[in-house]
Ligand binder design. Sequence first.
Ligand SMILES: *[C@@H]1O[C@H](CO)[C@@H](O)[C@H](O)[C@H]1NC(C)=O
Ligand SMILES: *[C@@H]1O[C@H](CO)[C@@H](O)[C@H](O)[C@H]1NC(C)=O
Ligand SMILES: *[C@@H]1O[C@H](CO)[C@@H](O)[C@H](O)[C@H]1NC(C)=O
Length: 262
Amino acid sequence: MSQDGVQWCRVWVTMLLLLPSAPVEGGELRLMRSVLISLQRVQAASKTEQEILDLPPGARPALYCSNKCTLRDWCQLWCAYPSNTPTHCLVSNIIVMPTYQETNMGDVLTCHTTRPKDLATNTNITAGKHYVPNPLRVKENLVDGFYNYDLNQCFYTEWSDNDTWFTLDFGQPKCFQHVILYAQVNRNAKKHFNNVQVRVSNVTAVTPPEDFAAYDLFGEFPGEASPGQVVEMKSPKPMCARFVTGHMLHIYLFQVCHIEVF
Ligand SMILES: *[C@@H]1O[C@H](CO)[C@@H](O)[C@H](O)[C@H]1NC(C)=O
Ligand SMILES: *[C@@H]1O[C@H](CO)[C@@H](O)[C@H](O)[C@H]1NC(C)=O
Ligand SMILES: *[C@@H]1O[C@H](CO)[C@@H](O)[C@H](O)[C@H]1NC(C)=O
């Protein structure tokens, strides 16, 4: 995280003080936001860093679990469970956005995420055709607010220069300063996430991706992504726009696994 990013988090920590995320030895300040998610969905995430810890007798679950998460640099989510009298903490690197909407309410639990509130989660998305042999890797995966590092949670396009793009539509202009894109976790990332531009506009592209040339450039990633690379683009000042596009200019199948806009 950039120095600016750290400052920004601190400001919010002091303003909101949601949780006792006090400075911990070896850790850093991190704001955590609560989110409802199915415990089974968290536990089923196979390709992840995850630990289950016993809650010592008398320990306060929120303090104990949030400190354990803060001490692990990979931790993005913690849950104390079962909800009524917690006996365990689960700490995980899976990405659950604060506005994620759980559909499986049977074993739903309040967990806490380090991820920011963002504009991409639950918004409308249009995109080039997805790669048919992988029917699960649809564009909706980019706006569902959940990513567990499984390739089936990514969006994967056809191999055509007309299909290697997606557009988020916020319905009206919204202001943001950060766009974060996650490349797939294996070494094919270099082929499927290569020379990517993010552009913004208030005008619908009638013929995408051709029309994106008229959009304002927000940021670009000229290189080949490394496995699991998290590409963070930050504009010096907030930009306001209704549409945000991601477009891979390298002619190949484009794959993006998660996106955040805030
Ligand atoms: C891409 O779209 C353009 C303009 O609509 C069209 O002329 C071209 O044939 C398309 N290319 C492919 C590979 O479908
Ligand atoms: C998404 O599209 C639906 C249907 O067109 C619309 O009702 C809804 O308001 C849109 N949401 C946003 C955030 O623009
Ligand atoms: C979109 O419209 C908003 C408000 O009307 C304006 O502030 C913003 O600069 C526009 N964005 C672009 C990319 O034109």
